[in-house]
Ligand binder design. Structure first.
Ligand code: PBG
Length: 333
């Protein structure tokens, strides 16, 4: 009989399946997001994200110790500040929450990579990622379109990134989706002796409903309007490639696609078109959706999580930012 090709020959045993596996999840690619807030001995669970907490710096250090024992190479730090104002001025203070946390972490865990989120939304009273254009606040609540002053926001983000670098951050991750953001950050860093500090840009960040639970975690929901004026329309793929191209031109070292699960096509297209590392952010909604179903016994969390994150690697991402990082690291041990 004609020797037809039979792919099933190679699937007959676990050893063969292992040999043939094209992507394997490993701890090496994981980034664990962490939320830090003022106070002492605070370890407050986020109601919409079971298993994820806001920590004061003292408790955060304990958490980071666990992370580092699990050999997770990096964390991504978000701050919840003491006070908020119109322009997010608590985001770039030397004694700001993130700056203090970075110093404390780097002192005890010098080998762990600390990445910081650079965005104003947790620091502004209105919860937007940039400076809101002046208009009477009564008008604002009635208008659905929010207008953000892109160019007035840039120097603030620049200061914020520089203050993180000065505190000892290993990489900054701008997520505000302002035009020209990466270039301004690069200039600010280079002009102050931080030429070596990489930028991971949230290049293709979509205006997504998957961020819902995060906004509880970071206490950053917009008080009026939404973020569609600066984050991308989820219907667009070509535009994501344009955003990525611009960020690379401006000096990004790593580009990010966010969210990840519903955007695997974008990860793949970015990977195919550019030769730059791609990070995938498996966001809060992806996490909470699986958690909730798992708690009901409707699906098996471990298997689902491995499948989801493997799909992201297969699509082309090499960095996985995920709230499951600790669990995965434990499972893979
Ligand atoms: C800040 C920021 C957001 C997330 C990361 N950085 C929220 C937003 O844009 O509303 C979302 C992360 C997540 O959902 O896990 N701009």
């Amino acid at each position: 009989m004609f020797p037809i090709h039979r792919p099933r020959r190679l699937r007959q045993s676990e050893c063969l399946r292992r040999l043939l596996r094209e992507t394997s999840l490993s701890r090496d690619h994981l980034v664990y997001p962490l939320f830090v807030r003022p106070g002492h001995k605070v370890r407050k669970e986020i109601s919409s994200m079971s298993g994820i907490f806001q920590f004061s710096i003292d408790s955060l250090l304990k958490e980071v110790e666990e992370v580092s024992k699990l050999s997770i190479p990096a964390i991504l730090l978000f701050g919840i500040p003491e006070s908020k104002d119109e322009k997010g001025s608590s985001s770039y203070q030397k004694e700001g929450i993130v700056q203090k946390a970075v110093r404390a972490i780097k002192k005890e865990f010098p080998d762990l990579a600390v990445i910081t989120d650079v965005c104003l939304c947790a620091y502004t009273i209105h919860g937007h990622c940039g400076v809101v254009k002046r208009q009477k606040s009564e008008d604002r609540s009635q208008k659905s379109e929010v207008s953000i002053d892109n160019d007035e926001t840039l120097p603030l983000l620049q200061k914020m990134a520089l203050s993180h670098a000065q505190a000892g951050a290993d990489m900054v991750a701008p997520s505000a989706m302002m035009d020209g953001m990466v270039k301004r950050l690069r200039e600010g860093l280079d002009g102050n002796g931080f030429e070596h500090l990489p930028i991971m840009s949230y290049s293709a960040k979509f205006a997504s409903h998957f961020y819902g639970p995060f906004r509880d975690a970071a206490e950053s929901p917009p008080q009026f309007g939404d973020r569609r004026g600066y984050q991308m329309d989820f219907a667009n793929g070509q535009e994501a490639l344009r955003e990525v191209a611009l960020d690379i031109e401006e000096g990004a070292d790593i580009v990010m696609v966010k969210p990840a699960l519903a955007y695997l096509d974008i990860i793949r297209r970015v990977k195919e078109k550019f030769s730059i590392p791609v990070a995938a952010y498996h966001v809060s909604g992806e996490y909470s959706m699986v958690k909730a179903a798992a708690q009901k016994g409707w699906l098996s969390e471990k298997e689902i999580v491995i499948e989801i994150l493997t799909s992201s690697l297969r699509a082309g991402s090499q960095i996985l930012i995920t709230y499951w990082a600790k669990d995965i690291a434990g499972w893979l041990k």
